[in-house]
Design a protein around this ligand. Structure first.
Ligand code: DGI
Ligand code: FE
Ligand code: FE
Length: 194
């Protein structure tokens, strides 16, 4: 994948070997899911490669990026570091790497929380991040099986998993995560699947 060397070199500067490996595996999973579900495999691969590009930025750099790229961050987002990198990642790749494709930008922007009415490209990245070969949490095998059956069933399992974990830790659930949950639940009920 020589075309991606430029991006991989930037990832090497910004990320630990562990996170670089994760990014490459998510890119591969996203390409696979794109081919399976009829999305653009090149866009999926690039979104996967870049999705965590600002994951290791500290608070100082995060808030400097937010100002430089005029990113709106709510108080809930400022208070929860896990949410920073989806927002700054989209800003970084648009402003520093000149990525103009809106589908890649929104896939990165919403890869952590999801949101209501996700596009195919957003769903592909969201699920690829859960099922990539480097993941080893309890339940990953079930997620991988669901991802091969339908993106929606994997979305449901993934969002329920995240929301449950957040509630157990008494962490705030982002409105977009609730939006994704309500959307998928409603869709499933309408289709008679639950
Ligand atoms: O960056 P990765 O680790 O590859 O994965 P990710 O971007 O999906 O981040 C997962 C983390 O984000 C996980 O620890 C839970 C957290 N997270 C996801 N949705 C929410 C959230 N944290 C809060 N506070 N609220 C959310 O809605
Ligand atoms: Fe992430
Ligand atoms: Fe990730």
């Amino acid at each position: 994948m020589n075309d991606y060397d430029f991006y991989v070199n930037i990832l090497k500067e910004r990320l630990s070997p562990y996170r670089l490996h994760h990014s490459l595996e998510v890119a591969k999973s996203a390409k696979h899911l794109a081919e399976k579900y009829g999305y653009d495999a090149e866009k999926a691969y690039l979104a996967g490669l870049l999705h965590d590009i600002t994951k290791e930025a500290d608070a100082e750099e995060t808030f400097a990026m937010a100002e430089k790229y005029t990113l709106d961050m709510t108080q809930l987002e400022r208070d929860n570091k896990k949410l920073w990198h989806a927002i700054t990642g989209a800003g970084y790749i648009q402003n520093e790497l000149n990525i103009t494709d809106d589908e890649i930008l929104t896939a990165v922007r919403y890869h952590t929380t999801g949101r209501a009415d996700m596009s195919l490209g957003e769903k592909v990245l969201f699920i690829a991040d859960f099922v990539s070969s480097d993941r080893s949490y309890d339940g990953v095998d079930s997620m991988r099986e669901k991802a091969e059956i339908s993106l929606e069933s994997a979305m449901l399992e993934g969002i329920e998993f995240t929301v449950t974990e957040l509630v157990e830790k008494h962490s705030p659930v982002h409105p977009d995560t609730i939006g994704a949950y309500n959307d998928i639940i409603t869709n499933y009920k309408q289709k008679g699947l639950i």
